[in-house]
Design a protein around this ligand. Structure first.
Ligand SMILES: Cc1cc2nc3c(=O)[nH]c(=O)nc-3n(C[C@H](O)[C@H](O)[C@H](O)COP(=O)(O)O)c2cc1C
Length: 176
């Protein structure tokens, strides 16, 4: 299977990024094709709601890195969406990517989704951000959420090391 992790934190090697790495490590060891996209390394501007894509077969007028990201989302079988919690929501990089799926979001179908969310606060702090991601899934045909990797109670870069969530992500990737 094609396994894709979207790592949205601006902190490369940060807590949610490390969860992605463990998930992909497990997936790779089980023979799957495992790819990570760090949104921090992509140039993706916000959706302008011009609606041109609705009349031209789903081609965005903005010529940035999103066309490639969107194609990879469409091609994947399994998708991990990873975000730090910022003001109790997903971070701007993840939300920007989600909105830019607008031209072709109905083609992101038949996927298994995993979520990874990190926050300084305790588990409840993930609630709104979980709902943000669930709202996106609600719009995708025949796609469903399998598991949420709980990266709560992490603050500094690397705080997730030694927490059970890393082993859980690895196991989930391994058992795909
Ligand atoms: C702009 C900003 C807003 C944040 N807002 C919250 C918040 O509302 N609740 C919380 O528990 N942690 C908050 N945090 C802490 C991060 O969620 C936490 O450091 C997390 O481990 C970052 O994950 P990362 O290493 O994957 O980027 C915030 C951090 C930043 C930089």
């Amino acid at each position: 299977m094609k396994v894709l992790a979207i790592s949205s934190s601006p902190r490369i090697g940060g807590n949610s990024d490390l969860i992605c790495d463990q998930f992909l490590k497990g997936a790779k060891e089980s023979g799957h094709e495992a790819t990570k996209i760090n949104l921090a390394k992509q140039k993706i501007s916000p959706c302008m709601a011009c609606d041109v894509c609705r009349g031209n077969g789903g081609i965005c007028v903005q010529k940035d890195d999103m066309a490639n990201v969107l194609q990879q989302l469409i091609d994947a079988d399994v998708i991990l969406l990873a975000s730090p919690v910022y003001f109790y929501s997903i971070c701007a990089q993840m939300k920007t990517m989600i909105d830019r799926c607008y031209p072709r979001y109905t083609e992101i179908k038949n996927k298994k989704f995993y979520f990874a969310l990190t926050a300084a606060d305790t588990f409840d702090a993930l609630d709104y951000a979980t709902n943000d991601l669930r709202g996106f899934l609600e719009c995708l045909p025949d796609s469903y959420e399998v598991e949420l990797f709980d990266g709560s109670e992490t603050w500094a870069k690397g705080d997730v090391k030694g927490k059970t969530v890393l082993a859980k992500a690895y196991e989930a990737g391994k058992n795909l």
